[in-house]
Write a protein that binds this ligand. Structure first.
Ligand code: NAD
Length: 253
């Protein structure tokens, strides 16, 4: 018996799939044989990594759609365009997200609204648009990137924690609504992963965080994309509505 995840013939969409965790997800899905459409706000960031993707794409292709996930109308058009180009979406990875940290008394309405708009509302707009095609196809794998902060809470991140906790509750609800249509909806809650998002932290803060992690180190983007690969494949066909923690033991439910 051998286990090799083969996603040949599958079409994936990855939001923010050109940096950090998202780039690792794009590379992993391409390496497994899937075709990947990246949705992101920044064409320049995409073009700076396009040659890297060329090297691993094999027979599968990749494409880029410039779109802000917090713009409901824009996302609706973008998903329609992807369907026009590729015909179907088998795998959706909702990875794009932002932080605007501040303690509550210093948190502006804009800090709050922007984080909820991108991290939670954006995910809702995309899933609502994509799921109608998955319903028609009677198949789909949706993977939502939440965060350990959505489970544990964190001082200075009430906006981010609320959005990421919302993603977990949304995941469970949509998993229940569409399980009968063969659509799987799961979340991943990464702990601290080495990317631009965590590079912003100073060394003292990083050292203090590591003390709270039983494995005593930050994770790598590949630790998250490996979990995405599992949830995108048929090896996870009895898992829906779950949240997989990829956090080095930092938070245990
Ligand atoms: P990152 O900043 O490299 O990635 C975020 C991506 O989202 C970027 O590509 C960015 O361009 C895109 N994006 C942001 N706003 C957007 C918008 N409005 N429309 C379209 N795209 C937009 O950071 P990352 O660490 O790779 O984060 C990826 C995901 O993982 C995020 O959802 C983040 O909350 C989550 N996460 C990260 C960590 C970590 O430690 N790095 C931990 C837990 C969860």
């Amino acid at each position: 018996m051998s286990f090799c995840i083969d996603l040949k013939g599958k079409n994936a969409v990855v939001t923010g799939g050109y940096s950090g965790i998202g780039l690792s997800v794009t590379k992993t899905l391409l390496a497994a044989g899937a075709k990947v459409a990246i949705i992101g706000k920044n064409y320049d960031k995409f073009s700076s990594i396009a040659s890297e993707l060329e090297k691993i794409k094999g027979n599968a292709g990749f494409s880029f759609y410039e779109s802000d996930i917090s713009d409901s109308g824009g996302i609706s058009k973008t998903i329609a365009n992807i369907i026009l180009q590729d015909g179907k979406i088998d795998i959706l990875v909702n990875n794009a997200g932002i932080t605007k940290d501040a303690i509550l008394i210093k948190m502006s309405d804009d800090d709050w609204n922007e984080v909820i708009n991108v991290n939670l509302n954006g995910l809702f707009y995309i899933v609502k648009n994509v799921i109608k095609y998955m319903i028609k196809a009677k198949a789909g794998k949706i993977i939502n990137i939440s965060s350990v902060i959505g489970e544990s809470g964190n001082a200075g991140q009430a906006n981010y924690a609320s959005a990421k906790a919302g993603i977990i509750a949304f995941t469970k609800s949509i998993a229940k609504e569409y399980a009968s249509r063969n659509i799987y909806v799961n979340a991943i809650a990464p702990g601290f992963i080495g990317t631009n998002m965590t590079d912003k932290l100073n060394e003292t803060v990083k050292d203090n965080i590591k003390k709270e992690i039983p494995l005593n180190r930050f994770g790598a983007p590949e630790d998250v994309s490996n979990a995405v690969l599992f949830l995108a494949s048929n090896l996870s066909d009895y898992i829906t509505g779950a949240t997989i923690d990829v956090n080095g033991g930092m938070y245990m439910r």
